[in-house]
Design a protein around this ligand. Sequence first.
Ligand SMILES: *Cc1c(COP(=O)(O)O)cnc(C)c1O
Length: 366
Amino acid sequence: MKPDLSIESLALPHVAAMHAYVPGMQPMESGWVKLNTNENPFPPSPKVIEAIQRELANEARGLRLYPNPTSAPLRATIAAHHGLKVEQVLASNGCDDALNLLMRVFCSVDRPAGMTVPSYSLYTVLRSIQAAEMREVEFDRSFELPIDAIASSGANIFFLTSPNAPTGVSFAPERIAELLEKFSGILVVDETYAPFAEQNCVSLLADNPRLVIVRSFSKAYALAGMRTGYALANPEVISLLDRVRDSYNLDRLAQVAAKAALEDQAYYQGTIEATKVLRDKAAASYEERGWFVYPSAANFHFVEPRKGGGAGKAVAQDLFQCLLDNKILVRAFPNHALTQSFLRISVGSAEEMNRLGEILDAWQKK
Ligand SMILES: *Cc1c(COP(=O)(O)O)cnc(C)c1O
């Protein structure tokens, strides 16, 4: 007789017990104003389209062949862009791939990971795959960097998002340098939103072999659909990550698209500046409504809506629902005391922000 084993009982217990990451809603039909996943309202550079078309020339025969296994041309471009050596760069299938590789190399049952709370919830999912503990360091409402709490967290690898998500608050490199003095593990600074910010940690790499910076082409480079990102670190760290990554982790189209994007700084400086103008205008409009909003160095705002003088979870939920009813998607975080009265709203195109403004006016009058 066959033993009666459920599929789940055959799976690793910690995997059977874990939950998948819940991404922001991606509606299939058109007509939605998407301000929930911080995608770029501007199209990618025309140079990206040309690069992809070149790759598809000659009846796409190039696609018969495997891509460059180490993404060498792309990595050379990334290294030059940051003034680093190629051995300090890992190209990844989205920033998420780099985060996953870092967890695999530096975190397991007896090597805890750490993160600030609130921040990017994927970190928790990735450490669950490793059956590892997560040392959570709580922010307070000031959202200042809790240096001592991180330093004494006991984490083998700590994930810090700067500019932070969901608040948009950016941490000064001087403070992060101070943290590196006190914390003895690997410090990952997730700089997905750094191209929108006035400061970043790249210059700290020179003196800090335990620092890893991860970046993404999804937000500032308008390539979320291509899945490209990278890690910058000491060559020893990169070499470790290289051992566990997929041997062809970036496909041909992703490699040429990301390379062309990074090479067209003139185009992206334009769209980033335009995004910042829209961002600062949006912040002023939220403040005019009497809402609390954190100073954002990213392409979104973390806002605490108010109605009739009051704020709170119910107010945030009411506005979330009202926006949803009007086909505007934003992100709510109802599960934490510091986030439940807030909504995270991406910076969209001028038209999208005008539409948002109309619905907010109507909601506030209701
Ligand atoms: C969007 C986001 C990512 C994911 O980047 P991909 O390159 O799309 O994988 C990583 N970290 C943070 C903080 C993000 O907001």
